[in-house]
Design a protein around this ligand. Structure first.
Ligand SMILES: [Zn+2]
Length: 180
């Protein structure tokens, strides 16, 4: 990411331990820390909602709604903001956290390591007409039975693992927010 030290201009800057930029000449350090990101499994009870990615990385592949958590934001609020931005739809405050996996997200020659947090919400009766897609990022929407998803079609490893975890997550707990 840095070829020269941003503090002293030295070419000796090094990237260490897959996260620290360190300049031996002036002592500059920059921690390229893991970023938090969210993903949401929106379930109608039978099908879940997948988005077609309209841009790189993984253009044309399937992904869950969600994205990076902003500075100063909590994961639940970040998830709701991303859903409003991507789908024009607010999942509300009762999403349930059910899994977390690491991911690697290459973007414009920089590799971001993320800690992805996966939530779910059950929304019976939801249809594609309930969404207003943000067309620059979202190429389309699919309602799919989770057991029918081809994991190779998922854009990211963490999303693949999230689908597997969702299938293993007890349906009674998945529907909890609906019963309360
Ligand atoms: Zn330096």
């Amino acid at each position: 990411m840095f070829r020269f030290c941003p503090a002293c201009g030295s070419r000796n800057i090094r990237f260490e331990h897959n996260k620290i930029f360190r300049c031996p000449d002036c002592g500059f350090r920059y921690y390229h820390n893991t970023a938090a990101a969210t993903g949401l499994v929106i379930s109608t009870g039978e099908e879940i909602v997948l988005l077609v990615r309209a841009k790189e990385p993984a253009k044309g592949k399937l992904d869950l709604p969600g994205g990076f958590v902003d500075p100063g934001e909590g994961a639940f609020d970040g998830l709701r903001r991303e859903c409003r931005e991507e789908l024009g739809w607010d999942p509300g405050p009762h999403c349930t956290l059910f899994a977390s996996f690491p991911n690697v997200y290459p973007y414009k020659n920089i590799v971001y390591n993320t800690c992805d947090l996966f939530f779910t919400i059950t929304a019976p009766g939801l249809t594609p007409g309930d969404f207003t897609l943000q067309e620059q990022e979202i190429g389309g929407i699919r309602f799919v039975k989770p057991q029918d998803i081809r994991l190779d079609d998922m854009a990211f490893d963490s999303g693949r693992r999230a689908i597997q975890a969702f299938l293993a997550f007890p349906p009674k707990k998945r529907g909890r927010q609906r019963e309360e």
